[in-house]
Design a protein around this ligand. Structure first.
Ligand code: M6R
Length: 608
């Protein structure tokens, strides 16, 4: 949510700032801006409403050779998307970019009588506050930043430059990520390491409560209490091809099609098919601790929450001795929920930066409960704060809609469940079918994607005219329905909701009419016949049904049928979810919307 970049070195700063912002555009894309400072202490500030391409157009007449600068791509919180509200914001000789929210900005603003506010943002309040300490010359820039931040309530990742000393950037973070890229005669900053890929492989991840003075050949970090911090330089593992479209028209399609490979990465070294076992190194729980687990809390938002729901259905199938509760992070963080003894919490997040999920993690930790991260982005805040973790290794996910992360999250959590089951002595004959299917899943995914892509595209063309959709499933197909509805609504703006089939008669059936279509997930199994009866009820009321099933003999007269040809029995809902992903993609493309950057959304939700 919002992206920050910064550069100090020997090259033209504008070049890195613009290319870095393009990489981060998926994090926020309603306005953008950059400022650079010349050796003659002159600032060039360029801002534009809209995309980075709009900013680039303005830059054509404003090229500068300045060697220091900061930039920002915005997802509006305070104030509408506009040039005036775009960052960097200015106060006196200072320019600042900010991610996060200053919660006490109204109170702070009242104290800043000398500043003429030009925007509606909380960020301008912060830069004016810093300037109120800096302008008298009593404080160094870094100390003025520290004084101001001590008065701030809320979250921030900031970068500040002053025209008075055009050789340093001051950065600080609390609740919003900041990465410092260590280069040769240059230092770069970004709110997400992907902006640094191709420039340097060496990164320092700033922690909450830290502030740093960045120059081209030095980085000094300290806490807000002036304690020096010795920086740990880590390697950025992402390579350039992983963050490019690789021949696809959109990141969303690329990430959907990547799933056979991304899942292989999730499974690498963790599945022992011969012995029907899984081995996870990361959670760091002893056999005794694993045996003692009686309760699992799975926490996430959006797709991560749905992945948790689906994993819970599976885990309870083979670990009968534990209860599982899957919760929405934004709700759970404020609940007075009792956490039973012997609980473990799974903290699920693709980005590892989601504000609500992070807040839950901290609340749960306060209660002494062990936390295990199911995280994709390496080095992210959640990954660093959990007690142990299993990286899902799905690779960078750039499209705002989460796809490959879902598949990997579900399987990573199922493997964690199996680790508990193994420790509890659950019989190998019970676990073996799961291991066998997990091992086959990448190939099955490949077949389903290849075998259905064209058909889904054709069907999507038919349904693009509908404004309303209902997704239906039961048991493991219910979270699949929820995830399918989320995918369709977030990219194609179709009003899509999901229900458990059994709930239809309790209200939603009243909706069925010509304006709606219903996507029914019908995996073979214990509840198949009951789900078929539910479909009949929809059909009897004139519903337009798309059936997705692995039953080759399915012959119900519905509007459209997608038959999934697979040997799997357990993880069929994951295969069905691929159909939802493709369907959402093709409906959106047919409607002509921006599939990778849906309106009003951003990739990682770092504000509450
Ligand atoms: O990065 P996270 O997994 O914590 O993100 C959680 C949700 O914000 C995310 O899954 C969101 O719902 C996606 N846009 C869904 O496609």
């Amino acid at each position: 949510m919002c992206g920050i970049v910064g550069y100090v070195g020997e090259k033209r700063a504008q070049d890195f700032l613009v290319s870095g912002l393009k990489r981060l555009e998926y994090r926020g894309y309603d306005s953008a801006g950059i400022v650079t400072v010349s050796e003659k202490n002159e600032a060039t500030l360029i801002r534009a409403k809209g995309k980075i391409s709009d900013l680039e157009r303005k830059l054509i007449d404003n090229r500068r050779d300045d060697k220091i600068g900061i930039g920002h791509t915005r997802w509006a919180t305070h104030g509408e998307p506009s040039e005036a509200n775009a960052h960097p914001h200015q106060a006196g000789s200072l320019y600042m970019v900010h991610n996060g929210i200053i919660e006490n900005c109204k109170e702070l603003k009242k104290t800043l009588k000398g500043h003429q506010f030009k925007s509606d943002t909380d960020s301008e309040v912060l830069v004016a506050l810093i300037d109120s300490f800096y302008k008298d010359g009593e404080y160094l820039l870094v100390d003025a930043v520290v004084q101001a931040l001590k008065l701030v309530q809320g979250t921030y990742g900031i970068a500040v430059v002053s025209t008075k000393n055009p050789d340093e950037i001051v950065v600080a973070r609390s609740g919003s990520p900041l990465v410092i890229g260590v280069g040769q005669d240059e230092t770069l900053i970004a709110s997400d390491a992907s902006a640094l890929v191709g420039h340097t492989k060496r990164a320092i991840y700033l922690n909450d409560g830290e502030v740093a003075v960045i120059k081209k050949n030095s980085i000094e970090i300290k806490t807000l209490n002036a304690e020096p911090v010795s920086a740990k330089v880590e390697e950025i593992e992402t390579n350039l091809s992983a963050i490019q479209k690789g021949g696809y028209d959109h990141f969303l399609l690329k990430e959907i099609m990547e799933q056979p490979d991304s899942l292989v990465e999730t499974l690498r070294g963790r599945v022992d098919v011969d012995n029907g076992l899984v081995h996870l190194g990361g959670p760091g729980l002893s056999e005794k601790e694993l045996r003692g687990i009686q309760h699992l809390i799975i926490v996430g938002c959006g797709t991560a929450y749905h992945a948790g729901m689906l994993a819970a259905y599976y885990i309870e199938q083979f670990t009968p001795e534990i209860t599982i509760e899957t919760v929405i992070a934004s709700e759970y963080r404020y609940r007075q929920a009792y956490i039973p003894k012997n609980s473990v919490a799974l903290i699920v997040s693709q980005s590892g930066e989601t504000a609500d999920t992070l807040a839950c993690l901290r609340e749960i930790k306060k209660q002494g409960v062990k936390t295990i991260g199911i995280v994709n982005v390496i080095g992210s805040t959640i990954a660093r704060e959990v007690d142990g973790g299993t990286y899902v290794h799905a690779g960078p996910e750039i499209s705002v809609a989460s796809t490959k992360a879902f598949t990997s999250q579900v399987i990573a959590m199922v493997m964690f469940g199996m680790t508990i089951a193994q420790a509890k002595g659950v019989r190998n004959t019970i676990l073996k079918p799961y291991v066998d299917e997990i091992a086959k899943l990448p190939d099955e995914i490949k077949n389903v994607l290849a075998g259905n892509r064209e058909k889904v595209k054709e069907i999507a063309g038919k349904y693009k005219k509908y404004d309303h959709a209902i997704y239906l499933g039961r048991d493991t197909a219910y979270p699949t329905a929820m995830e399918g509805a989320l995918k369709l609504k977030e990219v194609s703006y179709t009003d899509a909701n999901a229900y458990a089939f059994g709930e239809l008669k309790h209200g939603p059936l009243a909706l069925v009419d010509d304006r709606f279509f219903e996507t029914a997930f019908l995996p073979k199994g214990m509840l198949y016949e009951k789900a078929i009866s539910n479909v009949q009820e929809v059909l009897a009321r004139g519903g337009h049904v798309i059936a997705v099933t692995n039953n080759a003999k399915f012959d119900l007269k519905v509007d459209d049928t997608i038959k999934i040809d697979t040997q799997l029995e357990i993880f069929v809902p994951i295969l069905m979810n691929l159909i939802s992903q493709l369907f959402a993609y093709y409906v959106t493309v047919a409607k002509g919307y921006n599939v990778d950057q849906p309106r009003n959304l951003a990739k990682s939700v770092t504000v509450e």
